[in-house]
Design a binder for this molecule. Structure first.
Ligand code: GRF
Length: 253
């Protein structure tokens, strides 16, 4: 099921809806998400089992694949459930995975919207999924205060560097060009800056002997795919209580 929210103008017409209808794209802008936009999130410390995850992607979706695998038979089993995919890129390769997993997809096109309008459109589309956490997995947009305000401390991201050393896109290329013997993968909370939120977990990537930027990325992604599900599961346990199958997470550490 895919909901496509096209650019508002031009052309100006009604939103195109592919498959499942969604809440009307009509709420007025406010500095943060309205209670209606943000309804259904599990309160902190109250286990709701499993915690509902909306995953945001813009590209190939290898981290989405890792999260799906971790949900099926890994640290997220019984802990987190992916309930839908959000993208700004209708041709994102990861959408094939979403379709294969039978997940609904929300496509919000950036053209013709401010960042705030864009995020309001996302919140309206998200409302029916009752997501507890937003999980950015290769989502190439900077989120606005609208999204951060609607999900304070509830948006995670994976960044392929140590943000203290490198922020923004193309971090593996940077690591290669700097000839680093080691780089770092970081899972962090999202605030209003670019890769500036509190760090939840980090892991090293050994780059010694790497022969090119592709290999740097391959090695980095291997670490990402292990780190992100574990860090996410740990975050859920800490923030929401004893959700899920504890034996699974314990054995994955
Ligand atoms: C990953 O390197 C991630 O750390 C970064 O964007 C890339 C996304 O890759 N934020 P994929 O789409 O998950 O394969």
């Amino acid at each position: 099921m895919t909901l496509l929210v096209p650019p508002p103008q031009p052309p100006p017409p009604a939103p195109q809806v592919r498959a499942n209808p969604a809440p009307a794209d009509s709420s007025s802008p406010s500095p943060t998400g309205s209670p209606a936009e943000n309804a259904g999130n599990a309160p902190p410390g109250r286990a709701r089992n499993p915690i509902r995850l909306a995953v945001f992607i813009s590209g190939r979706g290898s981290n989405l694949a890792a999260l799906l695998a971790a949900q099926a038979d890994g640290p997220l089993r019984g802990v987190g459930e992916i309930v839908g995919i959000v993208t700004d890129t209708p041709e994102a390769g990861g959408l094939r995975l979403a379709a294969g997993a039978g997940l609904p997809t929300l496509v919000v096109m950036p053209q013709g919207r401010t960042r705030e309008e864009h995020d309001h459109a996302i919140l309206r589309g998200l409302a029916r999924w009752r997501a507890d956490l937003l999980v950015l997995a290769g989502y190439r947009r900077l989120v606005s205060p609208v999204l951060v305000g609607a999900f304070p401390g509830r948006i995670l991201n994976i960044h392929p560097a140590d943000p203290a050393r490198f922020r923004g896109l193309h971090a593996y290329r940077w690591a290669w060009e700097e000839a680093l013997p080691e780089t770092t993968v970081t899972v962090h909370l999202v605030d209003e800056g670019m890769d500036t939120g509190p760090i939840l977990a980090q892991a090293p990537v050994d780059l010694r002997g790497a022969t090119g930027p592709d290999e740097v990325e391959r090695r980095g992604l291997r670490v990402e795919h292990d780190l992100y599900p574990r860090a996410l599961a740990e975050f859920i346990r800490r923030e929401f209580g004893q959700a899920g199958d504890t034996t699974c997470a314990a054995s994955s550490d």
